[in-house]
Design a protein around this ligand. Structure first.
Ligand code: OSB
Ligand code: MG
Length: 369
């Protein structure tokens, strides 16, 4: 695909209810969308950065800046036959994975459209369905959490993930487990604890969790290894894995036994596949995480989640759960068994509704060489 122009759409989508994690609550979500065009092809990517640098150091504004100032000058006007060639043009730029991934995701969509295949086929996907799990933010009370969990189970979600933080952990999980003794249950601390609090994870050990996601800081691989040696439950790494190199080191020292792959966090689909393949070789299951994406990002995630070693349910809920606006057609919705059909149309397999994006537009720019 030849990159003849890039449009940046900075949007703000109101959320139906706040999504609260150990690092804060979001009540609306600023989302940066990118559109690449060339030789009759239109391709879309979604940036997974948030408003504030709480999940990682990247933000909507740092991504906008890095894309506009450094990445677009490297790629505009050039033709790319594959993703590795695209990545090489900006390989010297350190970090800023979410900024890079927004463009790289769009290139995957564009190349798949050029070849006339689905994103799933182009990435090496082998499944036509992906299991849906759900991530539940911190609620006001334990009884409210139990109601919310019951509601999502009734909708078919195959795995429940509860956000935890100090003071909202052992009691919560004890009660949820008492109500739902047999469900696939996980927790996500988003880095809220330190190794000194290992006793909390020893207590959580008794509840048969599928895994404990990112208990310690994003840069504490060694402490994760120490914690993993102290507890029975598998640790799943999210924030700690920013590259295949991080995954190699984590596996080498036993810092975790499961990986949450978020393509934005690792710089895109190419790096996601490398992590997927290494994990498969090491017999480590992976699953596809989420960053409250719109239908564009969720469609992309479904393509990725169709690869063979994505063996655990994904954090992919339908966009109507968070947003009043739907920006893709058809909307992506799991069936009553908690399974998504992996889109089989060309590229991301959904039609982007630009009018719906216009409604929530904050800033727009078209850049051409
Ligand atoms: O840690 O997995 C996380 C959302 C925003 C930031 C971090 C995380 C999340 C989620 C995913 O839990 C929720 C979703 O996209 O459905
Ligand atoms: Mg997480």
């Amino acid at each position: 695909m030849k990159i003849e122009s890039c449009e940046l759409f900075e949007t703000r989508f109101p959320m139906k209810a706040p999504f609260k994690t150990s690092f804060g609550a979001e009540t609306s979500r600023r989302i940066l969308l990118v559109k690449l065009q060339g030789e009759g092809i239109t391709a879309w990517g979604e940036c997974t950065a948030s408003d504030a640098p709480l999940y990682s150091y990247e933000t909507v504004d740092t991504c906008y800046y890095v894309i506009r100032t450094f990445l677009l000058p490297a790629i505009l006007g050039k033709r790319f036959a594959d993703v590795p060639g695209f990545r090489r043009t900006y390989a010297e730029i350190k970090g800023h994975h979410m900024a890079k991934a927004a463009l790289e995701h769009a290139l995957w969509d564009g190349l798949a459209k050029e070849k006339g295949v689905s994103l799933s086929a182009m990435m090496g996907g082998t499944r036509s369905k992906a299991a849906a799990g759900i991530s539940i933010g911190i609620q006001e009370s334990i009884p409210m959490t139990i109601d919310v969990v019951g509601g999502f189970l009734a909708q078919g979600f195959q795995r429940i993930k509860l956000k935890i933080m100090p003071g909202w952990d052992v009691e919560l999980i004890r009660e949820v487990r008492r109500h739902f003794p047999h469900i696939a249950l996980t927790v996500d601390a988003n880095s809220a604890y330190t190794l000194e609090q290992a006793n909390i994870f020893r207590e959580l050990d008794e509840f048969g969790l599928l895994y404990i996601e990112q208990p310690l800081a994003h840069n504490d691989l060694i402490d994760h290894a120490a914690l993993q040696a102290m507890i029975k439950t598998d640790i799943c790494l999210d924030e700690s894995i920013e590259s295949v190199g991080d995954a190699r080191k984590a596996f080498q020292i036993g810092a975790g036994r499961v990986v949450n792959i978020k393509s934005g966090r690792v710089g895109g689909g190419d790096e996601s596949i490398r992590i997927h393949n290494l994990a498969q070789e090491k017999k480590v299951p992976v699953w596809c995480g989420g960053m409250l994406e719109t239908g564009i990002g969720r469609a992309y995630n479904l393509g990725l989640a169709s690869l063979p070693n994505f063996r655990l349910p994904a954090d992919i809920s339908p966009s109507f759960r968070f947003y009043v606006d739907e920006i893709v057609d058809p909307p992506l919705i799991p069936d009553a068994m908690g399974e998504y059909e992996v889109p089989q149309g060309v590229g991301i397999g959904v039609e982007v509704q630009e009018k719906a994006i216009q409604k929530r537009l904050v800033r727009h720019e078209r850049v051409a060489p």
